[in-house]
Ligand binder design. Sequence first.
Ligand code: PLP
Length: 414
Amino acid sequence: MKPMGAIPPDFAGSAPLQIAGRAASAWIEQAGDTPLFVYDAGVVRRRIARFRQAVPEGVDLHYAVKANPFAPLVAAIAPWVDGLDIASKGELELVMAIAGKPASAISFAGPGKRDDELDLAIRAGVTVNLESEGEADRALAIGGRLGVTPRLAVRVNPDIELRGSGLRMGGRPSQFGVDAERAAALVTRLVVAGADWRGFHIFAGSQALDAQAIIETQAATLALAARLADEAGAAPPLVNLGGGFGIPYFPADAALDVEAIGAALAGALAERPAILGETRFAIELGRWLVGECGVYLTRVVDRKVSRGETFLVVDGGLHHQLAASGNFGTVVRRNYPVAVASAAPDVPTETVTVVGCLCTPLDLLADKVTLPVAHPGDVIAIFMAGAYAASASPSAFLGHSPARELLVGLDGQS
Ligand SMILES: *Cc1c(COP(=O)(O)O)cnc(C)c1O
């Protein structure tokens, strides 16, 4: 038997599984079939309320659309946040089609922005977070050609790292951002060229569960922004402090202490250097906002015993939920939280391995976990499926149908 992560509190304790006040089976019936991602908007709304409560005035909340670009979910979140951060022309078109978010609330980060992407963003009045001097040259030229003053921020490749983070993006050579040593010179060039310089974007890492590490990173980020502003002799209208708030996927993980982060940030902002006196701040979050709202529901097709080990073979797999198979940026494979959604409370348990329907041994969804005894027709729930799941999985691999997706809980019943 191997351990698995804890079921998120929003879904723990119900048998059969309830999502947003209804049985998982009812959502499957509404959607038509499995495999199905169900996203509970109530979970996201409560997250955002908690963030607002914890984090001081003057700090905006942005949603990083790449975490989950399901259009109904993005449309639900848009009015609850101050900005949307996008990373491609496709995401730009998606958020521009959603009513209610002005272009000034949209920022576009990411390496390798093509001219047609810059053109569309600058035309629309979206803030472009510049990843290099070369991109700055192209953005200025496109603005000149269009006769539009481009809104440009400088993404900084910091000389700091987010300690305890799954993904490290600072303090080393990087395709992301302009090295801190050269950022002030680029700001000066943008201002001289007549661009609308929007400030700095400093993103130091992702999936951090250590509040102290985030507190230290935010303090260092503030200090870096002040130093660069002093060097450039210009006060930034906005400093995007990055994000990196993680969620507890695995057995040893504990939920992030967001209240401690908010309190420390309030203290740091109260004592910020004078050059940042009029600056607004933003925190951009993807995973922490939506990761726990999603449940992937997949039906047992076959139950087999092989050399003493029981396998449940389901109709979904890594082509929909790659991360649960351990093949999306993890070094050691560990079990996501999993349940038998269809099981009544009193069903005896057994040790089983849940595998997907792909012809590859990589398609392992839960390895030797303890679950209620399940048979073909039963439904397996894999939690923590709201971020980097459907859109971050190789859905064309092996030619199975894409998963269905359903947004629920918008009426506030959950
Ligand atoms: C992906 C990304 C995010 C979101 O990261 P999460 O870990 O999902 O919160 C935020 N900012 C930038 C620049 C990103 O590339």
